[in-house]
Design a protein around this ligand. Sequence first.
Ligand SMILES: Nc1ncnc2c1ncn2[C@@H]1O[C@H](COP(=O)(O)OP(=O)(O)O)[C@@H](O)[C@H]1O
Ligand SMILES: [Mg+2]
Length: 273
Amino acid sequence: MTPTPTPLVTFADVALGYGDFTVLRDIDLQVMPGQVVAMMGGSGSGKTTLLRAVTGQLPARAGTITVFGRDMATLRGEALRETRQRMGVLFQGGALFTDLDVFENVAFPLREHTCISEQQILERVLDKLEAVGLRHAAHLRIAEISGGMARRVALARAIVLEPELILYDEPFAGLDPISLGITAQLIRGMTDKLGCASILITHDVAESFAIVDQVYLIGQGRLMAHGTPAQLSAAQDDYLQQFLQGKPDGPIGFHYPLTPAFERWLAARRGAA
Ligand SMILES: Nc1ncnc2c1ncn2[C@@H]1O[C@H](COP(=O)(O)OP(=O)(O)O)[C@@H](O)[C@H]1O
Ligand SMILES: [Mg+2]
């Protein structure tokens, strides 16, 4: 009998927010080893907020976030740093250092976090560039590569420390259909090759449904749906179907929620007028 694998990430009844604005509440989710999990939702629904919670940048205001078996609320200093080093993050926009060439961009985390030799750095970086199809672009300056290539360089940089968990924030944004397909396949391929897990933050339904194992859909401040792509596609739910089909009319709200912070701001403006 094989033992049940332990989740890499668990959210139990988690609430997240900023100031007096609770962005998400009652969030339960799990990421298992080997899985690619999509966190989906409209713009402003709290996807990047979820990612910040996984990396420990944003503490939970309720509930428990467990990553690699550790309760994130209890981690400080060195322990937090060690936990973060086991994650690779591809930030929204995937900013590269424009004054460094492709090679040095990917080598950066190795220079920051390891003391391996120049020779080992060279081989490791070329290996990761090979994986994203850019070995022969190692010498190019960032200004000399396309947007799709830049995304792949950022991907190589996110995996160069061989993380157990990779987080991608909107990796498809602004890509043409071909680069988009290549990026999606790379995310799946990388996860399988490194034997890690990936969290894919996106609103791109078609591309992510083709490569992920599980989908969590957030909206209206909570978890709206969860399941495999096939389960969600088959579900009869107005909110879910509106999101999946990108219809403008439906239960998905357009208005940013009213908060006490806004009311205070407005009262002050009116007072000043
Ligand atoms: N640092 C912050 N301070 C205050 N509010 C924030 C901050 N970051 C995000 N928000 C608010 O939280 C909500 C969710 O934001 P975000 O997680 O970035 O959404 P998404 O990534 O899904 O587009 C938005 O309404 C946004 O205005
Ligand atoms: Mg975002």
